[in-house]
Design a binder for this molecule. Structure first.
Ligand code: ARG
Ligand code: ZN
Length: 465
């Protein structure tokens, strides 16, 4: 058998072969592994999630009462690579009523936002946890002061969970390092709509209650799981993708926002534009949710991005670009969020260039003209240290600038190939900046450690490229 990764081999065949097969040659970047890769803990949210097991599937069945309370059952199907006497899940608020593991009652305790489950027998390999719970879900307040998690509204509730709000509505392994498929069935008073992720596989009414069942087959990070319960107009159409697939387009529009016809008409051209540059659309449905609830941000909830008001084209392009970069290709560690926001911001620049607006080079130049003491140049995009900086200019704008500077450095042809291969090779996975740097070096044939060191890891304004 091959030596485990990182092991040194004492039996080199030829000098060249020993170097390439041992896997010990340092990557051409000067950075040791950071964040989750190094410690198994998130660099910005060290208490979130665990690497003790890997969730394969979440099944959430949730009953919503008009009074704003829920009664729910979440089934977590997971695999433990080593024997586990205890299973830790993330859960914030709510009351746990019962827990079972592999069909047998389990005991549990709670500390902070952890639900510690002790099964009758140690689990190893595949196991299933069923948690019954309920109550009035809490809203999570992000480090930057924004609201996420369960947000009650006048006519229902919405859950938006970046970065860690998902734990306010279902027990989970709440880290982007662990993605899974989902089935979410939400039962509401008949006449209320429920938006969710993926494909609407059923909508059935019995005794005045309607169950909306959403199925997300491709892996999804917990922070991208969304439901929005309320009064919506539902618009259905379909979209033909570049590779011939036809997928449903299902959009939920708050009637107070009109029909958002112009925005809905932009979904198809935006997806086609992004497919041209990033490769095949990674999911099997698409659409938008436009609500009047004010959270102060839009979110790239998988397959069905959420907007807290009228939808403008640039933000639509941004959230759709996240379907490739963020949703399909997901940073395992929150410290690598520039891989989401830098790319989505870059997609906005690219769209503007292709539609008679400023060019990407002009967008870069404009941002570069920002004074050296501006907060844009404060933190380094891939070395944040403070979770309140997740959604800062340093991440969005300097992240996008890093990509434009990379294009300048390696040329447009190599750059285009890097973006497409990044989407293709990391599709549905959780990954990191080191992998991106390695890919850029492979495709370009250049050593780029100094370049990325400057743009991603060094605070302060880089010298003009
Ligand atoms: N990822 C979202 C976007 O598309 C922004 C989320 C903002 N969240 C927050 N807590 N401030 O840009
Ligand atoms: Zn974004």
């Amino acid at each position: 058998a091959a030596p485990p990764a990182g092991a040194t081999t004492a039996t080199p065949t030829t000098a060249g072969a020993a170097i390439t097969t041992a896997g010990t040659a340092p990557a051409a970047t000067s950075h040791p592994p950071t964040g989750r890769a190094a410690s198994g803990r998130d660099s910005l949210f060290p208490g979130q999630g665990t690497d003790a097991y890997d969730v394969r599937h979440y099944d959430v069945a949730l009953d919503y009462a008009k009074a704003g309370t829920i009664s729910a059952t979440t089934t977590v199907r997971a695999t433990a690579a080593r024997p586990l006497p205890r299973i830790d899940l993330d859960l914030e608020g709510l009351t746990v009523r019962s827990v079972s593991v592999d069909g047998r009652d389990a005991t549990w305790s709670r500390t902070g936002t952890k639900l510690h489950v002790v099964p009758r027998a140690t689990v190893h390999g595949d196991f299933t946890v069923v948690v019954r719970y309920g109550g009035r879900p809490v809203t999570h307040i992000d480090p930057d002061g924004a609201k996420d998690g369960w947000v009650p509204t006048a006519d229902g509730a919405t859950v938006l969970s970046e970065p860690v709000g998902a734990q306010t509505w279902f027990p989970d392994n709440n880290t982007p390092a662990d993605k899974a498929s989902f089935r979410v069935a939400v039962t509401v008073p008949a006449g209320t709509e429920v938006a969710g992720n993926g494909v609407l596989s059923g909508e059935s009414t019995r005794a005045g209650r309607t169950t909306w069942t959403w199925v997300q087959r491709e892996p999804m990070a917990t922070y991208l799981a969304m439901i929005s319960i309320g009064q919506y107009d539902v618009y259905r159409s379909s979209l033909r993708l570049a590779d011939g697939r036809t997928i449903p387009v299902t959009s939920f529009i708050d009637p107070d926002l009109g029909s958002q016809a112009a925005a809905r008409a932009q979904i198809a051209p935006a997806v086609r534009f992004l497919e041209r540059h990033f490769g095949p659309y990674p999911f099997s449905s698409v659409g938008i949710v436009a609500s009047r609830i004010k959270v102060g941000y839009a979110l790239e909830t998988q397959t069905r991005p959420f907007f807290d008001g009228p939808v403008d084209t640039s933000t639509l392009v941004h959230e759709l670009a996240h379907q490739w970069y963020g949703d399909s290709v997901t940073p395992a560690d929150w410290g690598d969020i520039w891989l989401n926001e830098g790319f989505a911001t870059y997609a906005e620049w690219w769209w503007q260039e292709a539609h008679g607006g400023q060019t990407r080079a002009e967008a870069f130049a404009k941002a570069y003209a920002t004074a050296a003491d501006d907060e844009l140049w404060g933190p380094a995009p891939a070395d944040l240290h403070d979770p309140a900086l997740l959604f800062s200019d340093a991440v969005y704008t300097r992240g996008a600038m890093t990509l434009e500077a990379l294009r300048h450095r390696i040329g447009s042809a190599a750059f285009d190939e890097v973006l497409q291969r990044w989407a293709a090779t990391e599709e549905y996975r959780s990954t990191d900046t080191d992998a991106f740097v390695a890919l850029a070096e492979r495709v370009s044939g250049q050593r780029l450690d100094g370049f990325f060191d400057t743009w991603l890891y060094t605070p302060g304004k880089p010298a003009r490229p």
